[in-house]
Write a new protein. Structure first.
Lengths: 298, 326
């Protein structure tokens, strides 16, 4: 019979750490959510852009000594450019002139981004070798009762929620944000209001990429030694699950999904082996898709 | 079990119609027969290359059943391959069945798993199916890695002999059955139903096509063959190793082959397998990782520019080939 207080301690740790991780997962998934909600495109190469964000933080730290929080801001700016390139290189061909997303276009973008994910992950492997690298940055830790919580983790969790809140403000309070959402809801009606469909979908996509790459930099704080070319293969499915849990296109959906997944993962690890906890967390997607296909949020 | 009436025994008229199978099917049949007749005279190294080419082609045809014929993109197909390999490895390792006969067990595991997964996941459309297939595959990998009975992270190590000819004929038989099944499915009533589903699933349903059952049928076929190929693939390395059996890259390669060759066609998966296999084998020894740069770039290019794939585009843009290629 294990000590009851030890289990309670572990549970509290699981919940607290799960919430911290969930906030950052939420930010990483938020980028996918924006593109999914606005352009109705599911980016299969999403994980690879997270990986690029993490490597961005790594190289900025290696070359210039920047800490990951500063690198995240620079990653975000780079992400805007990458998003524009992605939009005009891949999506624009398929979405131009369409009044709604057809199943056929959906498949074309799915397959095209799938090819892109193979290309980017392996180009990164060839360029930077397959070694796992990390960033030697720590902001110490705070103690919460008997728990030691890394301060860096608290910073990135708070910043993630702030960024999600800012995108919420942007999409509900500004003219451009409302125009982008109008495009996401009904393209012909948005055009009738004088909205340029190419402009707003390009801006929406590049915002999504900025958020994704900044999230990749934040992940390096929580997983200081987990940067490798294939890390996208883990974070992409996590992002899909989070977006589906919360409901694609819902601003707070990413946060709800991220916190849910983070807590399931870490509380699960208290009772189960880590790999089984991951399996359970992944399989929560299936009942959600069966019973609430529109996501947990109304 | 209404669809089982298609499985009636063949009549004389059926046998006669086999002779009229069209140039593409004849071409594939002749290539396969030549390969089978020539295999005993080929040196070991080229034979191994040929075996893995056939493994790739067999995987491509397996993927073609679901992704090619219905348009459902499956990112987790490696799960059938992997669990087929584990089923095979368990039977060979603990019950000491012959490795060749146990390939059937691999196929059966794939079939049952596809039935079980398909009942749940095939009700999701489009990207939701793609995501569900990816997530179930990852969950299966994690569960297998944590199961001590299946060897955990170490896998099942068997000590089987080096018999390339047996491997060759095992995968050859699987491939031949797959090509035959693809032909039979696309040229019958089921083929009309599947094309209707690929075009517009709701319209197909309105026309009275039992979409759920048809999708489940081709998905199970797909799982059956992927499981059998997984078993042969494990046989060639004399053991089941989790990283190799569940290499997610295999799902991606299968998908790439179908897309490059031309999804839903009879010849496409074979063309795709050859086109993907050449860079895969060439770069594996030169610069590991570079093969996927080439394949990924090719997939992106094909998806954006010629979404019908090589065979589909040849049919569309070269009028003479329209009656020949399928």
């Amino acid at each position: 019979m294990p000590d009851a207080t030890a289990i309670v301690d572990q549970l509290v740790f699981g919940v607290v750490y799960g919430l911290l991780l969930g906030c950052v997962f939420a930010l990483v998934a938020h980028g996918l959510n924006l593109i999914w909600g606005i352009a109705k495109v599911v980016n299969i190469a999403h994980g690879e852009f997270i990986m690029l964000g993490a490597y961005g933080a790594f190289f900025l730290n290696l070359g210039l000594g920047f800490n990951p929080l500063l690198s995240a801001a620079i990653d975000g700016v780079i992400g805007l450019g990458v998003g524009l390139a992605f939009y005009f290189g891949i999506l624009h061909r398929e979405l131009r002139g369409k009044e709604a997303m057809t199943p056929r276009s959906e498949m074309v973008t799915l397959v095209a981004t799938f090819g892109l994910s193979l290309l980017i992950a392996n180009a990164a492997k060839v360029a930077w070798k397959g070694d796992v690298v990390g960033i030697p940055w720590s902001a110490g830790s705070v103690s919460l009762g008997s728990l030691q919580i890394p301060t860096g983790g608290v910073y990135v969790a708070i910043l993630s929620v702030v960024i999600i809140f800012l995108t919420h403000v942007f999409f509900t309070r500004t003219h451009l944000g409302l125009a982008i959402r109008a495009y996401g809801q009904d393209i012909p009606a948005a055009q009738l209001q004088g909205i340029n469909p190419t402009f707003v979908s390009a801006v929406g996509t590049s915002l999504g990429f900025a958020v994704t790459m900044a999230g990749g930099a934040f992940l390096t704080v929580l997983f200081p030694t987990g940067i490798n070319p294939y890390m996208g293969a883990l974070y992409a499915p996590i992002s899909y699950i989070i977006v589906v849990l919360g409901g694609p296109g819902k601003m707070w959906g990413s946060l709800v999904g991220g916190l849910t997944l983070g807590v399931i993962l870490h509380v699960g690890q208290v009772f189960l082996e880590p790999s089984i906890a991951y399996a359970v967390a992944f399989l929560t997607l299936i009942p959600v898709l069966v019973f609430r296909p529109e996501g947990i949020l109304r | 079990m209404n669809f089982l009436r298609f499985l009636r025994p063949p009549t004389i008229a059926d046998l006669r119609s086999i002779l009229k199978i069209g140039p593409t099917a004849w071409g594939i049949a002749i290539c396969l027969l030549v390969a089978a007749a020539g295999a005993p005279f080929v040196a070991t190294y080229p034979l191994t290359i040929l075996i893995y080419l056939l493994v790739f082609a067999a995987l491509a045809y397996s993927m073609n059943f679901i992704t090619g014929l219905t348009g459902y993109v499956s990112f987790g197909h490696v799960v059938f391959m992997g669990l087929g390999a584990y089923g095979w490895g368990t039977v060979v390792g603990t019950l000491h069945w012959s490795p060749l006969g146990s390939v059937v067990i691999g196929g059966a595991v794939g079939l049952l798993l596809a039935l079980g997964l398909g009942i749940v996941t095939l009700r999701f459309r489009g990207v939701y199916f793609a995501i569900a297939s990816l997530v179930t595959a990852l969950a299966a990998v994690n569960i297998v890695l944590a199961t001590p009975a299946l060897g955990g992270g170490q896998g099942i190590i068997l000590n089987l002999g080096f018999e390339p000819l047996s491997w060759f004929y095992a995968v050859w038989v699987i491939l031949a059955i797959e090509v035959g099944m693809t032909y039979w499915v696309t040229h019958g009533r089921i083929g009309y139903g599947l094309r209707a589903i690929k075009g517009d699933e709701d319209a197909a349903k309105t026309l009275g096509i039992d979409v759920t059952r048809l999708k489940l049928f081709v998905f199970s076929l797909s799982g059956l063959f992927a499981g059998a190929v997984g078993a042969v693939n494990a046989w060639t390395v004399s053991g089941v190793f989790p990283e190799a059996a569940f290499a997610l890259l295999f799902s991606l390669l299968m998908l790439a082959m179908v897309i490059v060759g031309g999804s839903g066609t009879l010849l496409g998966p074979l063309v795709g397998a050859v086109v993907v296999y050449i860079p895969h084998t060439y770069f594996l020894t030169v610069a590991s990782g570079a093969e996927f740069i080439v394949i990924g770039g090719l997939v992106t290019f094909i998806a954006l520019v010629i979404p019908e794939g090589i065979v589909g585009s040849l049919r569309r843009y070269v009028p003479i080939l329209q009656g020949i290629l399928e």
